[in-house]
Design a protein around this ligand. Structure first.
Ligand code: NAP
Length: 261
């Protein structure tokens, strides 16, 4: 695959979908800036990708829930020297279970990482990209963004924000040479479920590989699609949800959510 971007900053590049996106971009010859908390994992990945593909890889270890550390990443995104022409806002997490039972710090953490950090990084990138007349943002949302999800209420509502913001920004910068895309995966085999305490027993064919999700997202943002839903089953479910009355979609999500949580 030919190189589509000069330099991409990928948040949450230490595992799962973000790591798969970083691997694909390096394979295309794109220089990288890798962001996550796990510095050791990022350094190992950077060494592997620069050796295998001859790309330059910066590592910026940061906790995106920490406003001071987030500000440093915003600064890097806004820089005009060695500019980032693709921003991938992928870092995120969810917690399973009833909202009232969560630690309030976890409720806040979901909002800080999934919403606030993503919004601030979009803001840091967009002004410069519109000025330069080029660039793109790929925001990793979820099929959980399409309906309320009792059992992961906080998580689904953070992702509703991501899908809504991305679509609105897509329209705002249409014609300015800048692409904004929401990538909405369904169940994907990564560390996400274990980290969030989700116990999900559904047939294997409903799960996707992180690399397939990464490919769909990167092709989607290169084509400036507003929303990308990888997997026919996920796209079909999202379509059906749109056709249902709100109350029915909510009840179905409540029943399914209880089975998955
Ligand atoms: N897997 C699924 O089924 C699924 C479905 C739909 C959407 N998604 C979305 O896909 C995205 C990637 O998740 P994944 O499935 O690849 O899960 P994952 O394997 O757990 O990866 C999550 C990534 O986010 C980073 N991260 C989490 N909290 C962070 C923080 N405070 N600061 C900086 N980085 C942080 C993690 O790195 P460190 O721990 O090193 O910081 C890790 O690199 C998320 O936005 C998730 O909501 C996943």
């Amino acid at each position: 695959m030919a190189k589509r971007w000069d330099r991409a900053l990928v948040t949450g590049a230490s595992s799962g979908i973000g790591e798969a996106i970083a691997r694909r971009l390096a394979g295309e010859g794109t220089d990288l800036v890798l962001v996550a908390r796990s510095e050791d994992r990022l350094v190992a990945l950077a060494g592997e990708l620069s050796t295998a593909h001859g790309v330059s890889v910066e590592v910026l270890a940061a906790d995106l829930a920490d406003m001071g550390q987030l500000a440093e990443i915003e600064q890097r995104v806004a820089e005009r020297e060695a500019a980032v022409d693709l921003l991938v806002n992928n870092a995120g997490f969810g917690i399973s279970g009833d909202f009232a039972g969560h630690l309030v710090e976890d409720v806040e953490g979901e909002i800080l990482v999934n919403v606030l950090a993503l919004a601030r990084l979009c803001h840091a990138a967009l002004g410069r990209m519109v000025d330069e007349g080029r660039g793109a943002i790929l925001n990793v949302s979820s099929t959980a963004s399409f309906q309320p999800m009792p059992g992961s209420a906080g998580y689904a509502s953070t992702k509703a924000y991501v899908t809504s913001l991305s679509q609105a920004l897509h329209e705002e910068v249409l014609g300015a040479g800048v692409a904004v895309t929401a990538l909405c995966p369904g169940l994907t085999r990564t560390e996400f479920q274990q980290r969030g305490g989700f116990v999900i027993e559904v047939p294997g064919l409903l799960w996707q590989r992180a690399d397939d999700v990464a490919r769909a997202g990167l092709d989607g943002v290169a084509a400036n699609h507003a929303v990308v839903i990888p997997g026919v089953h996920n796209a079909a479910t999202a379509h059906v949800v749109r056709l249902l009355p709100l109350g029915v979609a909510r009840r179905v999500a409540a029943v399914v959510g209880r089975r998955l949580g």
